[in-house]
Design a protein. Structure first.
Length: 106
């Protein structure tokens, strides 16, 4: 019960206004980036929710960008608070060139 999920984006990445199944309950923009929060009143045992959204980079980045882990909390059946963290997400952007056979070999 009372599930709260917080996803933080670095300052160079901004969320667009396109959200998947559920828009965030709140969005906070700060010096270090943007925090998006989702609140779900209740999830049944085994139930899953996917929060999806589109983002846009403020700078052209070539290489990897590591996003912070999403964090959250919920109340257990015994009315205790439990915390959780998502897996780390790494985005990769850049230019992919086709390699032709025989190039660079003489």
């Amino acid at each position: 019960k009372d599930v709260t999920v917080v996803d933080t984006l670095p300052k160079i990445i901004k969320p667009k206004t396109t959200f998947g199944t559920l828009p965030p309950s709140g969005v906070e923009r700060g010096d270090k980036g943007t925090r998006m929060m989702w609140k779900v009143p209740e999830l049944l045992a085994g139930e899953e929710r996917i929060f999806s959204y589109d983002v846009e980079a403020q700078l052209k980045v070539i290489g990897e960008i590591a996003l912070p882990k999403a964090v959250g909390k919920y109340k257990t059946g015994k009315n205790r608070t439990a915390n959780f963290r998502s897996n780390k997400v790494i985005l990769f952007s850049g230019v992919v060139e086709k390699v032709k056979k025989g190039l660079g070999k003489e």
